[in-house]
Write a protein that binds this ligand. Structure first.
Ligand code: SAH
Length: 370
C-alpha cells in the first residue's frame, strides 16, 4: 500500500492531481468553501480558549490541493490573525501536490530546498497571500517545536494497513503474492505469525481486522507534541470505532476498483480505526512524553457541521448570491456534506487536547462535539 501510493517514481499520489470530477475521488473541502470556513472558525475558537498563544503553527497532514488550508487562511485574515503570528506547516510526501498547494496558497514562487539555509528541516518554503510563512515537510517529526493546531483530513485512510485473520492455529497476516501462472496478484494467508500479528489482539472478538502501525506512530507523535509544546488536533476521516473487519479497497474514476489490478493507477484506502487512534493519543511512546492527552469524539460530520453553524453559513451565502446556478450548487454541497446518506454520517471528527486543559474543557467543551 505504501509503495503503491507513495513510491517516489510510480506512486499514485506522486505525480498527478487525483481529486475532483476528472480525478478518482472528491473530498469535502473540494465540495464547498463552507467546510473549511467552519473548521477555521472552530480552530480560532479553540486557540482562543488556550489563551491565543503566539507564535503558533497550523500543521496540516496530507493537504491534497491545499483548498482546505486556503479557506482557513482566508477566515484567519477576517479574524485579523496576522500572518506574523503564525506559520503554515504542510506535511506532504508528493512533490507534485506540494506544487499544487504552493499555487493555491501564495503568489510567490517557492524557494526550493537547494536554496534553503543549511539545517532546515523543510524541503520548500513560500509566503501565503496573507503574509504568513508556508513550509513543506516530509514527516511530522520535522515540524518546528511550537504551539500547533494539527489538522488531518482524509490523511490517515491513505496510510498502509496490515490485514490480520484468525485461523485454527491463531492470528495470521494476509499477504500479497504473485500468481506465477498468469502473473496476477493474489491474497494469501501467511504460513506462520508475522510481526504484525504481535499487535495487541487480546480480547479481540473479530475474526478479521486491519491495523495501521504508521497511523499509530503518527498519532503518538502528534499527541506528544500537543502535550510538550501545546496544541490541538482535529482528525477527520471515514472510519469506525474498532468494529469493522474488511475495508481495504481501491478507487478509480469515482468507482470501486480491485486493489490488486493495475496497482499505482487507483487510490488505495482503508477505513480509519478511530478507537486505535484514541488509544495511541492517550498512550505516548516514551516516558518523557507520558501524560495522557484528552480526546473528544468521534462525532459524525453532519452533527459537527450542524452544531458549528453550517445552516447559518448556507443562509448567509444564499442571501448574497445573485446567480441561480451558484445557489443550487451551494444547496447541493450542503446536502452532500451533511446528508447521512452521503458524507454526513460516514465521516467522523476526532479532537485531541493536552491534559492541562481538562478543567477548561469541562466548563467549555469543544463546539461540534457536544
Ligand atoms: N486532505 C486533502 C487530501 C487527501 S488525499 C483533502 O481532503 O482534499 C491524501 C493526502 O495525503 C495527499 O496530499 C497525499 O499526497 C498525502 N499523503 C499520503 N501519504 C502520505 C504520507 N505518508 N506522508 C505525508 N503525506 C501523505
Amino acid at each position: 500500500m505504501k509503495e503503491v501510493l507513495t513510491n517516489p517514481t510510480a506512486g499514485y499520489y506522486m505525480n498527478r492531481d487525483v481529486f475532483g470530477q476528472t480525478g478518482d475521488f472528491i473530498t469535502s473541502p473540494e465540495i464547498s468553501q463552507m467546510f473549511g470556513e467552519l473548521i477555521a472558525v472552530w480552530l480560532v475558537n479553540e486557540w482562543t480558549k488556550c489563551g491565543r498563544p503566539t507564535p503558533f503553527q497550523i500543521a496540516e497532514l496530507g493537504p491534497g490541493r491545499g483548498t482546505l488550508m486556503a479557506d482557513i487562511l482566508r477566515v484567519f485574515s477576517k479574524f485579523k490573525i496576522a500572518g506574523s503570528d503564525f506559520s503554515v506547516s504542510l506535511v506532504e510526501v508528493s512533490p507534485y501536490l506540494a506544487q499544487v498547494q504552493e499555487k493555491q496558497l501564495g503568489p510567490r514562487q517557492a524557494q526550493e530546498a537547494t536554496k534553503l539555509p543549511q539545517g532546515s528541516q523543510h524541503y520548500k518554503q513560500s509566503i501565503s497571500f496573507y503574509g504568513s510563512q508556508v513550509r513543506w515537510y516530509n514527516h511530522i517529526a520535522d515540524l518546528p517545536r511550537t504551539f500547533t493546531l494539527f489538522l488531518a483530513h482524509e490523511f490517515f485512510d491513505a496510510l498502509p494497513i496490515h490485514k490480520l485473520v484468525k485461523v485454527d492455529q491463531g492470528w495470521r497476516e494476509v499477504l500479497i503474492d504473485l500468481n506465477r501462472e498468469d502473473l496476477t496478484l493474489r491474497f494469501v494467508i501467511s504460513r506462520d505469525r508475522t510481526p504484525a500479528c504481535l499487535y495487541r489482539l487480546d480480547n479481540e472478538s473479530r475474526e478479521e481486522l486491519e491495523v495501521s502501525p504508521q497511523s499509530l506512530i503518527i498519532t503518538q507523535a502528534m499527541a506528544a507534541r500537543i502535550h510538550q509544546d501545546g496544541g490541538i488536533g482535529l482528525v477527520i476521516d471515514y472510519g469506525h470505532e474498532g468494529d469493522k473487519t474488511d475495508t481495504f479497497r481501491g478507487f478509480k474514476n469515482h468507482k470501486l476498483h480491485d486493489p490488486l489490478v493495475d496497482p499505482g493507477t487507483a487510490d488505495l484506502t482503508a477505513d480509519v480505526d478511530f478507537s486505535a487512534l484514541k488509544w495511541a493519543a492517550t498512550h505516548p511512546r516514551t516516558f518523557e512524553d507520558w501524560k495522557a492527552n484528552l480526546t473528544f469524539g468521534t462525532v459524525d460530520q453532519k452533527d459537527f457541521l450542524t452544531r458549528v453553524g453550517i445552516n447559518l453559513r448556507l443562509e448567509q451565502l444564499l442571501a448574497s448570491c445573485r446567480d441561480e446556478d451558484v445557489a443550487l450548487n451551494l444547496k447541493s454541497a450542503h446536502k452532500m456534506l451533511t446528508d447521512p446518506m452521503e458524507m454526513g454520517s460516514k465521516f467522523k471528527f476526532l479532537a485531541l487536547y493536552p491534559s492541562v486543559m481538562e478543567k477548561i474543557l469541562e466548563r467549555y467543551p469543544p463546539p461540534g462535539f457536544v
